[in-house]
Design a protein around this ligand. Structure first.
Ligand SMILES: [Zn+2]
Length: 398
């Protein structure tokens, strides 16, 4: 900071949350509330009661300090002046006290509910179960994030040396691949069969080599020989990696896709860049996602064949329901579903109003989703029926 009086320095603080960041100016007079205000303005789904803000101590890359008061903010400023730092690095995390507090609510019922609910703006008295669910999801997300953050480090050290055992040949191959990706090296298989796997550095003449073979007649593999130093010089100079194939991407995103079917390829690109240090082209992320979706849910095209079965099942198990499916020349034309319970709910408990709307389905086969919704006695939305059609036209609305 090129200021005469170092105490008046204004720092640029990069404050990150997930894969995004906001830049905040920090002077010696900045107070904690101002920092929270900027964060909440940037990420509107956060509230100051939900989060904690921490900063990295300059030159100690992994040491974090939580900002609890205005005094902490002053200390942070002073430390950066004294250490002659250029910027302040801050991170936003979810508040652990809120999560622990919520666990009490879930376990002990409604007595603590009002007390805890005053901490979060979206939480009303008596909503402990849905609140509990949100908290569980948040906790899972935080744990997942922490485990993913470590995955790059784990991968970098995943090959230990001669004698290391692997559950099966698949695990061995995956481990070698991840190890090389994390260490920015490329390799070729010299041998790759059911009993032996040998890999070498992609650069000819380099001595790096791993040889592993099957242990007895079992599934297990172990490293038998290894030369762990590259004599080829400095590794890959690009952040993209030739072994980051669509199969590799699909393995990484599969678990996440189960919870988040709308996980976008652009987010996959960002997450893999952050967690695995690999720059993926968009189309590779897209292909990886498609492959994982196929593994998880099968071929979406083939699932059309099951619609007729689904309609029959609805009619059999929910008497009085309407489930109609039409095809044209063997191709999907339209589907209409109205459950008997929805119909009775509309007749008995809703205002005599029906709202109709449609939206395009974001899927490679296209189509339009049409919905009929009413309002119930609490003025909440009450879905009555829905349909999927090829195009939005008068005939299909009928
Ligand atoms: Zn090498």
């Amino acid at each position: 900071m090129a200021s005469e009086d170092t105490g008046s320095s204004v720092f640029m603080a990069i404050c990150s949350y997930g894969s995004e960041a906001v830049i905040i100016s920090i002077s010696k007079d900045t107070i904690l509330d101002q920092i929270f205000k900027e964060i909440v303005e940037r990420w509107r789904h956060l509230s100051s009661t939900m989060i904690e803000v921490k900063f990295y101590i300059p030159n100690k890359s992994k040491m974090l300090v939580t900002l609890m008061s205005d005094k902490d903010v002053r200390n942070m400023h002073e430390k950066h002046v004294n250490l002659n730092a250029k910027v302040i690095e801050m991170v936003v995390t979810h508040s652990p006290t809120l999560i622990e507090g919520a666990a009490v609510v879930i376990e002990s019922g409604s007595s603590h509910c009002a007390e805890i609910s005053s901490r979060g703006k979206n939480i009303s008295k008596g909503s402990s179960s849905s609140f509990g669910q949100v908290v569980e999801e948040t906790r899972a997300a935080i744990e997942e994030e922490a485990s993913q953050k470590n995955s790059l480090d784990d991968w970098k050290n995943s090959i230990e040396g001669v004698g290391q055992e692997f559950m099966n040949v698949e695990t061995l191959r995956d481990t070698i691949r991840n190890y090389c990706i994390a260490n920015c090296r490329d390799f070729v298989f010299v041998k790759n069969d059911r009993d032996r796997v040998t890999v070498e550095c992609v650069y000819e003449g380099c001595e790096w080599r791993i040889h592993a073979s099957r242990l007895g007649n079992g599934e297990k593999f172990a490293i038998k020989k290894m030369h762990c130093n590259h004599t080829c010089g400095g590794g890959l100079q690009v952040r993209s990696h030739p072994k980051a194939s669509k199969r590799w991407v699909s393995k990484i995103v599969k678990d996440r896709l189960q919870d988040m079917p709308l996980y976008k390829p652009s987010d996959i690109v960002k997450d893999i860049r952050r967690q695995n240090g690999v720059e993926l082209p968009y189309h590779q992320a897209w292909r990886g996602k498609e492959m994982a979706m196929m593994d998880l849910y099968g071929n979406s095209r083939l699932s059309y064949e099951r619609i007729r079965w689904y309609c029959d099942a609805i009619r059999q198990t929910n008497p009085g329901s309407i489930a109609e499916y039409e095809t044209i020349d063997g191709r999907f034309r339209r589907l209409f579903i109205c459950f008997h319970a929805s119909l009775m709910g509309f007749i008995k408990g809703c205002h005599p109003l029906i709202f109709m709307d449609g939206t395009f389905i974001k899927h490679k086969d296209g189509g339009v989703l049409l919905g009929a919704t009413s309002k119930d006695g609490n003025d909440d939305m009450f879905p009555i029926a829905y349909g999927v059609v090829d195009t939005e036209c008068d005939e299909n609305w009928e």
